[in-house]
Structures are given as structure tokens and as C-alpha cells.
Design a protein. Structure first.
Length: 580
């Protein structure tokens, strides 16, 4: 179905803008700003657009989104009901949240997005990315994993450890718990941001284990005791800036970090390092090799599924064993002209999105599920020409967000385990998940503020003023099951489902701390119950994480910056933990 936008999307999963978006959200941060970003009293909120292709109609404001929307993304095929999504010119730029929701009544028919009714099983072969090579004795080079020195690890046992991000500060110099009101949670610990260039620096990822809270920032990876903030192990330093990380960790708490091989404009994001989050030990290291002319390692995407690390480039991907660094398989061009463009991993599943027939009459995207261990294709779903797969909201069940650049339209669709179309979101509403801007890659998993369980998709609505809502959407038919309003005048965003309840984060206001609430997902009442009320004395600091990563684990709320300003005059925080 399609829908007319009444405002241009501002970040999020809407059709990408012709120029880099402004503002951030709780997903990955936008491109580095020319100067230190100013934290707004309330974080900018991307316009909605979950699952609805936009209807014809001009945007209220001029600009790249000012064209009327066209019909949806799926090719009209029997058995498929996908709305059409926008296509991106050249190297795609995928904003994080869906575009403006449809206006008027939902269409009475479905516009099929997916192109075939049958799933095609293909086995892809080829190799292009590999780890550091060694001589096999016969003068030939073979891919190997290279073991680096172990990182030092220690436990200082200090209670509150602010410092400069290195984990060795003293008492709390800012007295953040001073004047805490009855019923308000404590600041368990916080970390000041490390030094960064004046132009700013990325601080990607945040991983919470049973014992540690780990954070990457500029050229280092820091680890803190999750309970008291003391140093869990010594920071790991890299010779150049960190340029990519695995957004998720393995089941045994392993991650992989990529960093640049130099500082020039021709430097590449091709150096890999595996890290054990529990001990701080550095495992294997490697280098990503270039492929063809348009398939370089200038930028890479990393994702984990089971024991498999997938390293994606612009036109290919190579899988490694996460424990040893041993190369498992490569995914390269297949068919007439299909190139792997992006990967999403987790929940034991690995999904590949390929760009096919670029510039030709048969130009389209294809979605494939791969066996993480072998790379064998389990099923293939072509997408209608003009529609691009921009984000993956969930792997199990599979929920994808698609866009159509030409038609300024978008759509959210769900699939069965065998890759068949299941449903599309039909709620006539504006949604606003928190997603970063993917400028040089699709960044399929760069979103927060959306949650999924076996039967339901939970989406936050967009509210320019006052309270927003979370809408529970049935995965069976795409219709709203129930909705609940934020308990304050600030917006509320889903974080995860846990123990039969939805855990959500309510943003802070200028003088009131944020909240963590739980919402029953079954039964007649869906009233939010407060789990944690962050202190009002730190509301300004909490608001400063407007591009932050968030998590709720073991009764504690963690929030961290994903972009450092590099402003030496500010008391910028890298990470904070709240709890009772």
C-alpha cells in the first residue's frame, strides 16, 4: 500500500536524502560534523515510515523529499504482498527510520514487492577478502590467522571510577548523585570521554556481558566492571582509528574490531582484531584484501552469526571462524550481475542482500539467507526494481525495511523461516525508530528503538510534541494489536522483549531523568510499569547522549556516546550506568 507524506523524513528509515541528514538518534551517529555537535534538549527524532509506501502528494517542505510518492516496492506477483521501497542512486545512503506514514485509509490491496514465488537455492563460490597470508613453503601464499600478543588485564576493585575513559580515576569529582530525590536511581558509575581530534571521532559499539561493559572510542577499546565501573582490563590501543566493529558479540563474548591502516585519504579500513570481552585478550588479527576495481576495503561491515564472522565490502563478503580467524568461504558475484552488498547476522541466521543488474532493465535487490557455517544459500527472494533493502529490524523472525528513492516510498515486511512473504505493516501511523545514517554502506543492523518477538513487532510513533506511543503490530497480518502511550511527555522507544514483557526507554526532559519501563505484551492491560527512574540531576548529561547506544541488562541501564565531539572545553561523558 502507499501513502502520502506530509513532512519530509528526518533521519530514520525514510527515503534517503540527496544530502547528508542532520541530527542523529539512538542509532549509529551521522557523518562527523564540521564542528562539535550541540546536544539538543531533546534528541532529534526521525520521521516514521514503518512499512508504508508513501502515497502521491508533495511534502510540506521543499527539498530532496519534495517529490510526490509513487506506489510500493514489490513486483506484483501471486502470493506476495510487499509494498514498494525507494531505490538509492549510486552508492546508497540509508537513513535510519522509516519515512512518513501513509495518509488516509490503507489500501485495500497489496502491492507485491518480491519478485519470484519460489525460493531459489544457489551455492555461491569465489574469494576476495582474506586474513594475513603466510608462505606455505612452496612460494605460494595461503590465508592464515595471525595470533597477536595478549592484552593485559587487571581488576582495580575501585568503586566509582570516572577518570578520562581509561578506568583509573578517583572519587566522583562531579558529585552526580548529590541531591538525588526519593525514588530516583543512582548513577552507578560514569566515564569521561578520552581525548579525540577537534573534528570529533567515532565511538562505535557497546557490549554488555555478565561482568563487563565494553566500549570502543576513537583508537581504544575500554572495559569496565558492569557493577561499579572499575577497570576490568587495561584499555586496548590501536595505531589508527577504529572504523568498524561487530555490533553484536558471539555467544562466548568475542567481538572483532576493524581499524584503519593509515591516515591518508587513501587509507583503508582493512585491519582486523579479535578481542575476548571477558578477559581483554587479543586473539587473531588479520588484513582484509582488496577485490576488484569497485570492491575495495575502504569501508567494511562486520557481523557475527554463531561461530561465523562475515566481513562485507561493497561488492563481496568473506566469512571467517570467529575463534581462529580461519577463512570459511567467500560470497562474490553470482548470476548475470548480482553482487553481495550487505549482510546481517544474529540468532544463528545470516542474511545477505545483493544488488543485481545495476543500470540495466532488470536492476533489483535480492534477499538471501545463508548457512552461516558453509555459505550455502537456503533461499532467495528477488525484490521489485526500484526498491532497496535498507535495514533489517530482526533476524528471527526476519523483518526488513525497504525504500524506493524514485517514489519516495518505504515499506516494512516480514518473512517466514523459509523466506516466503508473511505480512507487511498496515498501520496508518508515523513511526520513528532510532537509526544511524549509512553513508558509505547500507548498515543493515544500524537501528535501535524497535523490538520484535515471535509474533509481534513493536514500533515507536513519531511525536513532534508531547507523548508518543508504542504500537504492537501483528506479524501474522500486519495490523495493530494494541498501543500504549509514553508515561511522560517525552518519547518512548522499545529496547527488547524479556520475560513476556517489552522493555522500553523513556527519554529524559531538560530537568527530569529518563525512565526504563516494562510493558506486559499479553493480557488486557499494557500499562507501563517503572523499573528505573534516572536522577533529575543528571538529565542534562543524559540528554547529551542524543546519539547514544543504550542497553538494559541485569537491572542496570547503560548509555554511551557513539560520537565524540573532540571539544577539550566540554566535560563530555563516554558512558554511564544507572541502577537502584
Amino acid at each position: 500500500m502507499t501513502q502520502p507524506p506530509d513532512q519530509p523524513p528526518q533521519g530514520g528509515f525514510g527515503a534517503p536524502q540527496d544530502q547528508p541528514p542532520q541530527g542523529g538518534g539512538f542509532g549509529a551517529p551521522p557523518s562527523p560534523p564540521p564542528g562539535p555537535p550541540q546536544a539538543p534538549a531533546q534528541p532529534p527524532q526521525p520521521q516514521p515510515g514503518y512499512g508504508y509506501p508513501q502515497q502521491p502528494g508533495a511534502y510540506a517542505q521543499p527539498g530532496p523529499y519534495g517529490l510526490p510518492a509513487q506506489p510500493g516496492p514489490y513486483a506484483a506477483q501471486p502470493g506476495y504482498g510487499y509494498p514498494q521501497q525507494p531505490q538509492y542512486p549510486g552508492q546508497p545512503q540509508y537513513p535510519g527510520a522509516p519515512g512518513t506514514p501513509p495518509g488516509g485509509k490503507p489500501a485495500s490491496h497489496k502491492t507485491a514487492l518480491i519478485v519470484g514465488a519460489a525460493a531459489a537455492a544457489l551455492l555461491l563460490i569465489g574469494g576476495a577478502v582474506y586474513v594475513v597470508t603466510s608462505d606455505d613453503g612452496g612460494g605460494k601464499k595461503k590465508p592464515v590467522a595471525e595470533k597477536s600478543g595478549d592484552g593485559k588485564h587487571s581488576s582495580s576493585g575501585k568503586p566509582v571510577d570516572p577518570g578520562n575513559g581509561n578506568g583509573n580515576g578517583g572519587a566522583d569529582p562531579d558529585n552526580l548523585n548529590d541531591g538525588r530525590k526519593p525514588g530516583e536511581a543512582k548513577v552507578l558509575w560514569y566515564k569521561s570521554a578520552p581525548d579525540a581530534p577537534g573534528s570529533g571521532a567515532d565511538a562505535p559499539g557497546m557490549w554488555i556481558t555478565g561482568k563487563t561493559a565494553v566500549k570502543a572510542a576513537y583508537k581504544q577499546v575500554f572495559a569496565y566492571d558492569a557493577g561499579n565501573g572499575s577497570s576490568a582490563w587495561d584499555p586496548i590501543a590501536f595505531p589508527q582509528k577504529i572504523c568498524a566493529v561487530t555490533p553484536q558479540k558471539s555467544a562466548d563474548d568475542k567481538i572483532v574490531v576493524a581499524y584503519m591502516n593509515g591516515v591518508s585519504s587513501r587509507a583503508k579500513c582493512n585491519q582486523l582484531q579479535q578481542i575476548d570481552l571477558s578477559t581483554g585478550e587479543k586473539g587473531w588479527s588479520g588484513q582484509v584484501a582488496d577485490g576488484g576495481l569497485f570492491d575495495t576495503a575502504m569501508n567494511v561491515e562486520l557481523t557475527i552469526s554463531g561461530k561465523t564472522l562475515m566481513v562485507g565490502r561493497s561488492e563481496s563478503g568473506t566469512a571467517y571462524d570467529i575463534d581462529s580467524g580461519r577463512k570459511l568461504y567467500s560470497k562474490e558475484k553470482y548470476g548475470s550481475a548480482c553482487f553481495p552488498a550487505a549482510f546481517a547476522g544474529g540468532s544463528g541466521r545470516l542474511v545477505q542482500v545483493a544488488s543485481c543488474g545495476a543500470g540495466g532493465s532488470n536492476e533489483h535487490d535480492e534477499i538471501q539467507e545463508l548457512d552461516p557455517a558453509t555459505g550455502k544459500v537456503k533461499w532467495t527472494q528477488p525484490v521489485k526494481k526500484g526498491w532497496a533493502v535498507a535495514r533489517v529490524y530482526s533476524l528471527d523472525p526476519l523483518v526488513v525495511y525497504l525504500t524506493n528513492q524514485d517514489k519516495k516510498a518505504w515499506n516494512i515486511s516480514t518473512f517466514t523461516k523459509t523466506g516466503k512473504f508473511r505480512s507487511e505493516v498496515k498501520v496508518n501511523e508515523k513511526f520513528a525508530p532510532r537509526c544511524g545514517w549509512a553513508i558509505l554502506e547500507r548498515d543493515l543492523q544500524g537501528c535501535q528503538g524497535v523490538a520484535v518477538d515471535a509474533d509481534t513487532l513493536y514500533l515507536p510513533t513519531n511525536a513532534t510534541t508531547g507523548a508518543n506511543e508504542i504500537v504492537a503490530v501483528s506479524l501474522a497480518d500486519g495490523k495493530a494489536k494494541w498501543r500504549v502511550q509514553s508515561p511522560s511527555d517525552e518519547s518512548m522507544f522499545p529496547m527488547k522483549t524479556q520475560g513476556g514483557k517489552l522493555i522500553a526507554y523513556v527519554q529524559p526532559s531538560y530537568d527530569t531523568g529518563g525512565q526504563i519501563v516494562s510493558i506486559p505484551v499479553t493480557g488486557g492491560s499494557h500499562k507501563p510499569a517503572k523499573l528505573l527512574q534516572n536522577p533529575s540531576g543528571t538529565a542534562e548529561i543524559e540528554n547529551g547522549f542524543f546519539q547514544g547506544a543504550i542497553d538494559w541488562a541485569d537491572g542496570r541501564f547503560f548509555i554511551s556516546s557513539t560520537r565524540l565531539t573532540g571539544n577539550d572545553d566540554s566535560k563530555e561523558k563516554l558512558m554511564m550506568a544507572f541502577g537502584n
